[in-house]
Write a protein that binds this ligand. Structure first.
Ligand SMILES: [Cu+2]
Length: 165
């Protein structure tokens, strides 16, 4: 569960050094650099990433992750790649009349500013389509997450049985 996940901020190391008069101009330009760095799109942090082991012989697999956007700007998960599968789709499952149906999220998944999007809680999942081998419990799946703003980042999914809700 992700109850009470810490809203940890990335640490910005302070530079506590004395400033002599001739270096003030240099310092001012360093300050400009620091401001530009802060204005860049914040990295999206992966809080958990796991795949459920599919039944034997099934060539698709469902994976889940929780993504934390600490930035002040909304971002969007646009795509996922994984070597273990031919392609990775983003799906949402909706239960109507007791039957769960999933449909693709063609526009990706919005990651609002300063919040966590937990796929499991929202009925979202990543669908590994065309698995190249069995997804066995205890194994890991390497992938890459692509965003609208943030840089692409690697992700490691752990194959494990779903935890009790
Ligand atoms: Cu699906």
């Amino acid at each position: 569960m992700t109850t009470g996940s810490p809203r940890r901020r990335d640490l910005i190391p302070s530079t506590g050094f004395w400033i002599s008069a001739p270096s003030r101009a240099l310092c001012a330009s360093l300050l400009l650099f620091a401001t530009a760095a802060l204005a860049a799109p914040a990295a999206i942090e992966v809080e958990s990433a796991w795949c459920a082991p599919p039944p034997k012989g099934v060539t698709t697999g469902a994976c889940y992750l929780a993504l934390r956007n600490d930035g002040a700007t909304e971002d969007r998960l646009l795509g996922v790649e994984a070597e273990a599968a031919g392609r990775v789709e983003m799906h949402v499952t909706k239960v109507t009349d007791g039957i769960g149906r999933m449909r693709p999220l063609l526009d990706g998944v919005a990651l609002p500013a300063e919040s966590v999007v937990d796929f499991k809680e929202k009925g979202y999942h990543l669908m590994l389509v065309g698995l190249r081998g069995p997804l066995l419990e205890g194994a890991t799946v390497q992938g890459v997450l692509r965003f609208e703003r943030a840089e692409p980042r690697p992700v490691l999914f752990h194959v494990e049985r779903p935890r009790a809700p």
